[in-house]
Design a protein around this ligand. Structure first.
Ligand code: MN
Length: 612
């Protein structure tokens, strides 16, 4: 009884076949005396016409038994007929010499065998491109049947495959030209998958660096930062796209640009090309300091289309200088539906409810720190954990972020000391202002190269100087004009707590839809008043038609808590908002404006002033 049919792998030769056994072959031509049958690309036999049982045409599959292997190497076959359910097929492979993807560059023009995980399948107008990942790296394998036709349709995303092919170089990237490819199953696949996973775990482990500055907060956050960096490194190593969302202010930009520099360099150093595969990494500024429904919807729309079109993994979402608060909840419910990986590095006061949606959450409040350790500081340290080679390029980023967010944490002084002789505090302030000004006009665009020029990360110091000085001049002129317009209309009162309260109307007595926007305008008004009322507690409200921006100094505010209690006490006012403890914003419906403002003043009066 025959119940086993063998199929020869492309690497097998005549030593691998056995007389009497049945093989799966392919008809490869006809002659007067019989039919030629290929058992693989190198082994062919003859089926004498007396041994033919069925009518076949070229390229048909055929079952043949080895009659005899002659001393001259000729192989005599006879056709076998078996009902399809009566036999099993087994692949015969040589004791194979596996190649590793990282070693392809040393094997150009040679045949290689690769065992790897299929992480992406892209059909081009020419070949099908299988992006594969083994224990050493990620590369493309190109297979061609016919232009635009999917090769190896039985291979799908996530399969473990064995590829036979030739190592080539294409557009400066290594590639395998596929001759044949099999999906591996069962224990064999599991063993390979485990091997790839173990290697990835090790390669994703961040390098052994410690914080740039002495800081108890950073030391305490370090394990979580390492965990986050590892998730990002693993995403790069497995070809998972990364969407980096960040608050569109100077602190958020500094945080995100540092990480962007590190991730792009890490992709390049691992054989990827972020400029060609621009879907591998995307940086997107968010207007609000939280992940808005509008943002998550846009991200989901793009990523799901890419998922279908390019057979691409769903991305890792990385939120910086946003993502920690209750206001992020609606978006997290969306990411949960699609089971997206989300990580956060933020210094806004965290809400504990959001923890379950995140794979990693770096926030100074978790370890007794506060917003003074800004997102830009966290971002620069995380960037070093992702790829320390970028350190020198981003060394000034935490200082710009720190002065931009008015950090009073001791860390800022230490970061400034690191760049002593390169940048002064005022130069950092200028870069921060230039970033805010330029981002206003960039709106939702990341402005990658302009932003790098502002931050002097493009190796063009002269252009950097010209650009920053131009933007600072323009921004200051716009701010001065706005302040000249607003200040005469500012109303003041002294609260029962002893704090000075100022109301600035950013709707009726300010230029709208230009720089500085309401939040910035309110901050500038607040700064002028803080100088005027030196050493006194000051609260400034920038009032719009349906929102208010809150700035304070010297008052023990808790804005998120205030917003929550107002929402409970004022049904029908449509209240939402939050922010930091002492700096934030609130939204409401226009028809309840005066009631909301009155209630807000009442609440602010209840916060004690500092040092009393
Ligand atoms: Mn910030």
């Amino acid at each position: 009884m025959i119940d086993m049919v063998y199929r020869l792998g492309p690497d097998c030769d005549v030593d691998d076949i056995v007389e009497g056994q049945v093989y799966l072959g392919k008809v490869h031509g006809f002659a007067a005396f019989g039919t030629f049958v290929h058992l693989n690309d190198r082994i062919k036999g003859l089926l004498h016409k007396s041994n033919v049982k069925t009518e076949k045409k070229e390229r048909d599959q055929i079952l043949v038994q080895i009659n005899q292997i002659r001393s001259n190497g000729n192989i005599d076959l006879r056709e076998i007929q078996l009902p399809e359910t009566s036999y099993e097929t087994q692949l015969i492979t040589k004791k194979i010499m596996l190649s590793r993807l990282s070693d392809l560059k040393n094997k150009i023009g040679r045949n290689v065998i690769i065992e790897a995980d299929v992480v992406q399948i892209k059909q081009t107008s020419g070949p099908t491109i299988f992006t594969v990942c083994d224990d050493s790296g990620v590369e493309d394998a190109a297979a061609f049947t016919e232009a635009g036709v999917r090769s190896f349709p039985e291979v799908s995303f996530g399969d473990i495959v064995r590829i036979f092919g030739e190592a080539t170089r294409r557009n400066n990237q290594m590639q395998v030209e596929v001759a044949d490819m099999y999906v591996l199953k069962g224990a064999e696949a599991n063993t390979i998958r485990a091997r790839i996973n173990r290697a990835l775990e090790a390669r994703a482990e961040p390098p052994d660096v410690s914080p740039l500055v002495k800081s108890a907060v950073l030391d305490a956050l370090w394990p979580e930062m390492r965990k986050l960096a590892k998730i990002v490194r693993r995403a790069v190593l497995t070809q998972q796209p990364i969407i980096l969302r960040h608050h569109a202010d100077a602190d958020g930009i500094c945080a995100a640009v540092s990480v962007e520099m590190a991730v792009l360099q890490f992709i390049r150093d691992n054989g990827g090309d972020p400029d060609q595969d621009n879907f591998l990494f995307r940086r997107s500024p968010s207007k609000a300091p939280f992940y808005e429904i509008e943002d998550v919807t846009r991200d989901l729309d793009l990523m799901l289309k890419d998922h279908v079109r390019f057979g691409q993994k769903l991305p890792l979402i990385f939120l910086m200088d946003n993502g920690s608060t209750e206001e992020d909840m609606p978006s997290y419910k969306m990411t949960e539906v699609y089971q997206l990986d989300v990580v956060v590095a933020d210094h806004h006061h965290p809400d504990e409810k959001i923890g379950r949606y995140l794979l990693a959450h770096v926030n100074p409040y978790h370890v007794g720190g506060d917003f003074g350790v800004t997102a830009g500081m966290l971002g620069t340290e995380i960037a070093r954990l992702i790829h320390p080679e970028v350190e020198q390029k981003i060394l000034h980023s935490p200082s710009i972020a720190g002065v931009a967010d008015r950090s009073e944490a001791p860390e800022l002084e230490s970061y400034l000391a690191l760049i002593n002789g390169k940048y002064t505090r005022d130069e950092c302030k200028d870069m921060a202002l230039a970033l805010d000004y330029e981002q206003y006009w960039l709106r939702f665009n990341d402005g990658r190269e302009i932003v790098k020029d502002i931050l002097n990360m493009n190796n063009a110091p002269e252009r950097h100087n010209l650009l920053v000085s131009l933007l600072v001049t323009e921004a200051n002129a716009a701010i001065e004009d706005q302040m000249n317009t607003m200040m005469p209309h500012v109303k003041d009162q002294v609260l029962s707590s002893g704090a000075n309260l100022f109301l600035a109307d950013v709707e009726m007595f300010a230029h709208r839809f230009t720089f500085p926007p309401p939040g910035k305008s309110s901050g500038e008004v607040h700064d002028i008043l803080c100088k005027r009322y030196e050493n006194q507690p000051v609260v400034t409200l920038g009032l719009g038609p349906d929102f208010a921006v809150i700035r304070s100094r010297g008052v023990k505010m808790n804005i998120p808590q205030m917003v929550r209690s107002m929402r409970d006490e004022m049904p029908g006012a449509g209240i939402s908002g939050g922010g930091h403890l002492v700096v934030g914003s609130i939204k409401f419906v226009e028809g309840m404006r005066s009631e909301v403002i009155a209630k807000m003043i009442e609440k602010i009066s209840e916060f004690p002033v500092e040092g009393v």
